[in-house]
Design a protein. Structure first.
Length: 81
């Protein structure tokens, strides 16, 4: 990855994936919303029973946060300053 924009693009992808797999289940359960179309395949936690969906959602948020930190560290190491 020779361009800082590639790290930014990867960060954006991981952020959006983390939002769809981690945050959207909480919002959809709160408002009774069921995602439709191709986005419903990203919200895997909604198909799980009650105690497991929020654990999976929290793990997805934690994994996305850890990957974002790792990508940011790699970007700073590759392009200092």
């Amino acid at each position: 990855m020779n361009d800082p924009k590639s790290y930014d693009g990867l960060s954006s992808f991981v952020f959006m994936l983390g939002v769809y797999t981690g945050v959207v289940p909480f919002i959809s359960k709160l408002f009774g919303w069921k995602p439709d179309g191709p986005k419903r395949f990203l919200v895997i936690a909604l198909r799980l029973p009650s105690p497991a969906w929020w654990i999976v959602s929290l793990l997805a948020i934690g994994a996305a946060f850890a990957m974002l930190c790792w990508i940011d560290t790699a970007k700073k190491r590759r392009f200092p300053g």
